[in-house]
Design a protein around this ligand. Sequence first.
Ligand SMILES: Cc1ncc(COP(=O)(O)O)c(C=O)c1O
Length: 384
Amino acid sequence: MATSLPSVLISIPEGVLDLSWGHPSPRLHALDVFQRAAAHAWATTRAATLQYGAEQGFGPLLNALAAFLSQQPAYRMTVAPESLFLTGGASQAIDLACTLFAREGDTILVEEPTYYLVSKIFTDHHLRVIGVPTDADGLCADILESILADPSQPKPALLYTIPTYQNPSGSVLSLERRRALVDLAQRYGFLVLSDDVYQLLHYGPPPPPPLVAFDDTGCVVSLGSFSKILAPGLRLGWVQAHPTLIRRFMATGMVASGGGLNHMTSTLVHAVLDQGWLAPNIDMLRTTYAARVQALAAALRTHLRDKVCFEAPGGGFFFWLTCPPHVDTAALLPLAQEAGVSYRPGPGFSPSGGFSNALRVSFALYEIDELEEVVKRLAQVLTK
Ligand SMILES: Cc1ncc(COP(=O)(O)O)c(C=O)c1O
């Protein structure tokens, strides 16, 4: 029987170019790679593919992933298989970390601005979300320190940060601040949830190593994902942390009852790594996205000069555009949609509803010619 139930997360109205989604464009999906990987996994892993998986995750993938990350210029550290735990993606890992390391009513600190969808996970866990200011170098560690030292402020259980190619701002936390943040977590006794899903997507020189590289006591949980470097439909990612924290993830009731997370997909992704197909896929994505960053930046300079300020990102998926203070990007959105373009207004990224004159656009879903067209449409609205 025909069904009208949707197959994928988003549907975009005909005629609209919607820059609000960080989803890869259709031609970037590694369809052939997965066809070959499936054949390889069935031939090699056989019946174990369909069994309950090991608590930490599929062993061969843990080994292959540790070796892969250890070779990446963006990691610059040796990643031990004992420091990894396979997850159903970064979102699921954040949810699990909240279950394991926070209680209802606890405080979680986040960047201002932060990834707009993550807040829902924190409110699902009844956490109190408080913003910490950021600048071009990421989270302001000095302001964080004054918040932590202030006895009138609640002591946080967690701090959530996206240190590399931040969503939405594209900023990269400086090396100095990375060290300072880990030091503060150790001194004040909170856990850092470091969302590193864009760590490997650099379009120029690699970023500083992830925060977990500076943690020798177990105060950082790094969240990695295959969503941005392979395919989001896999729902597969990993946690990298001190082995004492990894044991906490392995001991969760969900794993005790259901086995390691996303086991069968892990066998497929293991085949991709084992055959050496992941690195070329990431290279292809870097080349594609780098060209889009250049094209979008050039179009913004041509059509919106003086109307928006931005820094072209060195990696990740997003441009954060700041308009003059009187512009209300949420109020302009219906007009933009009438002009055939959509974006994500700034206040959605702020726990306190700030950034009313900012907007986030993503280049992940569109090709260069579409990005040029989209900026022309945006200009019709923002230059009024
Ligand atoms: C910062 C950030 N974290 C997490 C996610 C989602 O990751 P996953 O697909 O692994 O759940 C996204 C996707 O847009 C993101 O931008």
